[in-house]
Ligand binder design. Structure first.
Ligand SMILES: C[S@@+](CC[C@H](N)C(=O)[O-])C[C@H]1O[C@@H](n2cnc3c(N)ncnc32)[C@H](O)[C@@H]1O
Length: 213
């Protein structure tokens, strides 16, 4: 195995361990923030070449099921921005904000932004545990292959708004949270009305914020 392959394998393991620990104990995120940021800053230049063409198929199917077109969309852990572009295309009147911890990802997302969408797209660096947005700022919050921080994602979702979680390779995705775990945590945060989706080996969960907590 080459050094690059070894590094990739280690990175995937680290992402899974980080996800498991942080979902169980969100306060421990501070122990992983630095390594996660460094990992994704390093991966940013090659991230787009590492992805399967159908990586967002499950996300797209879940977005099809969102009943009313959102006006304000947040893509948490946006990486190089592809899921944000998908949302902007799907909802042609929506303003889409992509947030990422890693500066290099945010810079790459800005460079990747298609000119015809640029007016409705905004990318900024922020940590998903402490988002720089008012409560209820977004009608749709989506996470593609991203560690969920339930307090904050529920806070910034407007009452009646939707959240979508997608995992490009289902349970094989390094950052993966079992659907029953997602449902339990979301339920504790006033998010319910769950719907599951599968496409091209990926999985997604759509849910609605039914009450404030
Ligand atoms: C596996 S990548 C997914 C990127 C993109 N959504 C995709 O599917 O191609 C996870 C992304 O989440 C970002 N991330 C991880 N923890 C974060 C946090 N606490 N706040 C914001 N972004 C975070 C990483 O920097 C990385 O870009």
């Amino acid at each position: 195995m080459s050094l690059a392959e070894l590094e990739r394998k280690f990175g995937r393991r680290l992402a899974r361990v980080t996800t498991n620990v942080v979902v169980a104990r969100p306060r421990l995120w501070r122990l992983f923030r630095w390594s996660t940021r460094a990992q994704f800053d390093r991966l940013a230049p090659s991230w787009d070449s590492m992805r399967r063409p159908q990586a967002f198929a499950a996300l797209e199917v879940a977005l099809d099921a969102v009943p009313a077109a959102p006006k304000r969309v947040l893509d948490l852990g946006t990486g190089t921005g592809l899921a944000a572009f998908i949302a902007a295309r799907r909802f042609p009147t929506a303003e889409v904000t992509g947030v990422d911890l890693a500066d290099a990802m945010v810079e790459q997302a800005r460079r990747n932004a298609p000119p015809e969408l640029a007016e409705r797209l905004r990318f900024q660096q922020a940590d998903a545990v402490e988002l720089p947005f008012e409560s209820g700022s977004f009608d749709l919050v989506q996470l593609a292959n991203m560690i969920p921080f339930f307090d904050e994602l529920a806070r910034v979702t407007a009452p009646g708004g939707h959240v979508v979680f997608s995992f490009s390779a289902g349970p094989e995705t390094p950052i993966w949270v079992p659907p029953e775990r997602l449902r339990r945590a979301l339920g504790e945060h006033g998010v319910a009305d769950f719907a599951d989706f599968e496409a091209e080996g990926g999985t997604a969960l759509l849910a609605r914020k039914v009450r404030g907590v």
